[in-house]
Design a binder for this molecule. Structure first.
Ligand code: PMV
Length: 324
């Protein structure tokens, strides 16, 4: 008997950047994201006599598997299930070799595969709460389209769908940069950001930013969505630059793309950027302009890998018992 789940990566337009409780992965603010169609993780889970984790077909060393197995054993304890060993086979489906490997799709797929293997039939709300324990952003990958993750306590911090099938022509141009410098993990980044003198303002602004984004989504107002997303990303990265010690995820190429986006916009092409805990830039624009901007970027920065994505679906899982 084995169970498989597919979960898609999401990109936050209003970001989660600060934990109220690091163990329970409770956020200090609400966040709102877009689930992507092109980037997803497919995970198959079964029981066996020892824990083994294969990623993209390769057996992972114990140190690289630890987060996966600590998570599965945490789920067992929370759900009062017996302690077992697991074979985990995950494949990150990304349209280019560099990839946009994401913990959001990874832990959402793992939570859903666990639910399916154990035949728990949990609601999507409960799945979202469980996904949260693996990675905060994974709460939102349970749902397709736009989803909001609510701050709260252990019982009520989960994601809710905002619009799972948006009609809007909003596409995301993912620009993966060549250099992947040493990363500051999101956990460390969030901790440090809280030392910024602007952190309190970041928290105070959150309810209004979320409300405005929801209204813009409801009104299918592309420019408003883009403006709010770009401002929120800039605010998050300003926290990092003003932290003690200061840091940034930006690389020179990140800044270069920001400047091009600003220039294209000034020249009349509606496009906005957002950036997460790494140097890659994601550009929000229409499908038609994705094509225009992709070809410009390919000329200006040939080393960058460009992927055009749209809204993706929520998590799916199934049991393979019939086929074995
Ligand atoms: O949940 P994590 O550890 O993947 O942190 C996500 C942090 C950001 O991607 C920068 C923001 C977000 O809300 O996804």
């Amino acid at each position: 008997m084995s169970a498989t789940a597919i979960a898609h990566t999401n990109i936050a337009l209003i970001k989660y950047w600060g934990k109220a409780d690091p163990d329970l992965r409770l956020p200090l603010m609400n966040s709102l994201s877009m689930t992507l169609d092109k980037f997803y993780t497919e995970t198959t889970l079964s029981w066996q006599t020892s824990d083994q984790f294969f990623l993209n077909g390769k057996l992972q060393a114990a140190a690289d598997s630890q987060r996966v197995f600590s998570y599965l054993h945490l789920l067992e304890r929370r759900l009062n299930l017996p302690n077992r060993h697991y074979l985990v086979r995950s494949v990150n489906h990304v349209p280019t070799s560099a990839g946009l490997a994401s913990s959001s799709s990874a832990f959402a797929a793992l939570a859903a595969a666990f639910d399916q293997l154990q035949q728990l039939h949990l609601s999507r709300q409960d799945l979202s709460r469980l996904a949260r324990l693996g990675s905060g952003s994974a709460t939102r990958s349970i749902f397709g389209g736009f989803a909001e993750w609510q701050a709260g306590d252990d019982a009520n911090s989960y994601a809710v769908p905002i619009d799972e099938r948006p009609k809007l022509d909003l596409h995301l141009l993912v620009v993966e940069l060549d250099q992947q410098p040493k990363k500051i993990s999101s956990t460390i980044g969030m901790q440090r950001a809280q030392t910024s003198p602007f952190y309190q303002t970041w928290l105070e602004r959150n309810p209004d930013e979320i409300a405005q984004m929801k209204l813009a989504i409801q009104q299918a107002d592309f420019d408003k969505i883009g403006q709010l997303a770009e401002l929120n990303a800039n605010e998050m990265h300003a926290l990092n630059l003003t932290a003690q010690p200061p840091f940034t995820y930006f690389e020179p190429a990140t800044m270069q793309i920001i400047k091009w986006v600003q220039a294209w916009r000034a020249a009349g092409i509606p496009c906005y950027y957002t950036i997460d805990a790494g140097p890659n830039v994601k550009i929000l624009t229409s499908l038609k302009n994705c094509k225009v901007l992709s070809s410009r970027l390919a000329q200006l920065m040939p080393s960058a890998k460009i992927v055009v994505t749209n809204f993706g679906p929520g998590v799916k899982s199934w049991s393979n018992s019939d086929m074995e």
